[in-house]
Design a protein around this ligand. Structure first.
Ligand code: SF4
Length: 79
C-alpha cells in the first residue's frame, strides 16, 4: 500500500500540459503531515510507502525531511 501526501500545489515550472496549473500556492503544514504519519502508523504500520506529491514537492524539501525523520521515530516507538 502507498499513501500519497499532496504537500504543495506550488511549482516553479509552467508546463503546458499541467494537470493542475499552480495559480495559487497551498502548502501542507507540518502538523498535517505528522498527523498523516500518525494515522499510517496506527492503521497501516507494515509495508506502507509514502509518496510526496505536488505541484513540485521539492519546494517543500524541509517538510519532506522532517516527515521522514518523524516516521522513523514512530517506527522506533512501535518496535
Ligand atoms: S506541477 Fe508538474 S506539470 Fe504542473 S507545471 Fe509543475 S512540473 Fe509542470
Amino acid at each position: 500500500m502507498h499513501v500519497t501526501l499532496h504537500i504543495t500545489t506550488g511549482c516553479n515550472l509552467n508546463c503546458r500540459y499541467c494537470y493542475s496549473p499552480p495559480t495559487s500556492r497551498n502548502d501542507m503544514s507540518q502538523q498535517t503531515a505528522f498527523q498523516a504519519i500518525d494515522f499510517i502508523s496506527e492503521n497501516y504500520p507494515v509495508n506502507t510507502g509514502i509518496i510526496f506529491f505536488g505541484g513540485e514537492p521539492l519546494l517543500k524539501k524541509d517538510l519532506i525531511r522532517e516527515t521522514i525523520a518523524y516516521s522513523h521515530t514512530k517506527l522506533r516507538i512501535r518496535n
